[in-house]
Design a binder for this molecule. Sequence first.
Ligand code: SF4
Length: 97
Amino acid sequence: MSDGSLSRRDFLALTASTTLLAACGRSGAECHPPDPRSLAKHIRDKRAELRYEPIAVDSKRTCGACAYYKPGTNCGGCAVMPGPVDAKGSCKLFQSG
Ligand code: SF4
């Protein structure tokens, strides 16, 4: 019969799972790019010229699989594309890595 209180075992399990969730949230696995309108004009122009798309139409040609991609803590970078780059994105300069 339960009196509604948390056992020591349940408390430790809850604490461990909460800590794990918090750690996942800081991992930087998700890309939270800035509003494109906040980027400098020359960056927006270059991204338009190279047809950068934050979500690749072709899942085999993503930034994360590109030779120019540089992983980061929040989004990543690119050797040829200015500004933050999402691993799920793509552009016309994709180069198989
Ligand atoms: S070159 Fe294009 S596809 Fe490759 S990482 Fe840079 S933005 Fe992504």
